[in-house]
Design a protein around this ligand. Structure first.
Ligand SMILES: [Zn+2]
Length: 379
């Protein structure tokens, strides 16, 4: 009975302009489990805007009925700075124009700053140590630099997310099936989430690298080891995931409604919302080193030979890159093949590909030697 909507002012980027975050809160502040959801951190990824737009009234209704057992904090749009970045009518998203880099990389590692607030060490009892670390994390976030508008914005998001049990960061790929990334230790939660949301692909990271938003929130629980006495007994008490709700153009009410219902089902299964959850078994997950990312060594026009969602064989032709400078178009094609057997689940939406572009992703069942650990799916 406590749905509230709050505006959080962001630092003004220029005289006469203002930006703000909209924060929806459901349930009881301080109640557990706490869920934090946000959409479109990369700004140009809009399926999550639609999903959370459908989720808000569902949560409001559940709240009215007294069914929210924990606390839910929802940001219907995470990145007003990125939403404001337009060039020639397009919203490129992903990178900050001010040079601060990828909006979903280089989030701070709060472990050392949090450790400084726990000089007495942990007790070895998770019931005591989890609240202790959460309190230290809130203090560490309050100490973050807010010098630039991006610094200030990042600190606001973390102040809302850092003590959550679940951090659900909703993104999308370019042309893609729904999939999600999380740490390998959270495989069971991820499988339930995938089952609840009809998400066919779960990708497990050991050391994701890049300091994405989900890893900033979840990964620090394991990064406390060695910094605070008895930290090795800490559970990973924050499940962080990057939920990719298909491709950029998959923005419609049908998907929005379905994805919102899936998130509701998941939160019921996790005891955040009261209700009946059906059996959530989930798909067999993939490890990141089992995902082939197929690169175009040279740039050119692309002709796809396989469709997203297709099960492909090792060696199967995925696309051809056409050299449009060639004198003879009949001798100007470079094949791109899958190096694994598996599900072709994502591809770029560009049709004129720059050299070096990661064109396609295929999730298979064998570890691939060419995949680099700690580089997400970027190498
Ligand atoms: Zn993204």
């Amino acid at each position: 009975m406590s749905h509230t909507v709050e505006k959080i002012a962001l630092k003004s980027p220029a005289p006469g302009t203002e930006r703000f975050l909209t924060v929806h809160r459901f349930g009881t502040i301080g109640a557990r489990p706490k869920v934090y959801l946000q959409a479109a951190l990369h700004a140009d990824e809009w399926p999550g805007l639609m999903a959370l737009n459908h989720l808000i009234p569902m949560l409001a209704q559940a709240d009215k009925a007294g069914r929210i057992l924990g606390e839910i904090v929802l940001l219907p749009y995470a990145n007003p700075i990125g939403l404001d970045q337009r060039i020639g009518g397009a919203m490129p998203g992903r990178y900050a124009f001010d040079g601060a880099g990828n909006f979903n990389r280089n989030w701070p590692d709060l472990s050392t700053a949090a450790a400084a607030h726990i000089p007495q060490g942990f007790t070895g009892d998770a019931n005591q140590d989890i609240p202790t670390l959460r309190e230290a994390l809130r203090k560490a976030v309050a100490e973050l630099s807010t010098r630039t508008d991006i610094d200030h914005w990042r600190a606001q998001l973390l102040s809302l997310s850092i003590d959550a049990d679940y951090v659900i960061d909703v993104h999308c790929d370019q042309e893609s099936l729904a999939h999600l990334y999380c740490h390998i230790s959270h495989v069971d939660i991820a499988k339930r989430m995938a089952a609840a949301g009809d998400i066919p692909i779960v990708l497990l990271e050991e050391e994701a690298g890049g300091f994405s938003f989900d890893d900033c929130n979840a990964g620090l629980w394991r990064r406390m080891t060695g910094l605070v006495d008895k930290a090795d007994s800490l559970p990973m008490a924050c499940y962080g995931c990057t939920l990719e709700l298909r491709g950029k153009d998959d923005v419609n009410d049908v998907f929005g409604q379905k994805d919102a219902a899936g998130l509701m089902h998941f939160m019921i299964a996790e005891g955040v919302i009261d209700g009946e959850a059906s059996d959530l078994t989930g798909p067999d997950p993939f490890r990141l080193d089992e995902v082939d990312v197929i690169y175009a060594e040279t740039g050119g026009l692309i002709a796809y030979k396989a469709e997203v969602g297709e099960y492909v064989k090792e060696g199967q032709l995925i696309a051809e890159i056409i050299d449009i400078t060639a004198a003879d178009p009949l001798n100007a094609r470079t094949p791109l093949v899958s190096r694994t057997e598996g599900l072709f689940f994502a591809r770029v939406d560009l049709r004129l590909i720059p050299a070096g572009e990661g064109v396609a992703k295929v999730a298979g069942r064998k570890p691939l030697a060419h995949r680099k650990k700690g580089a997400l799916l970027e190498a």
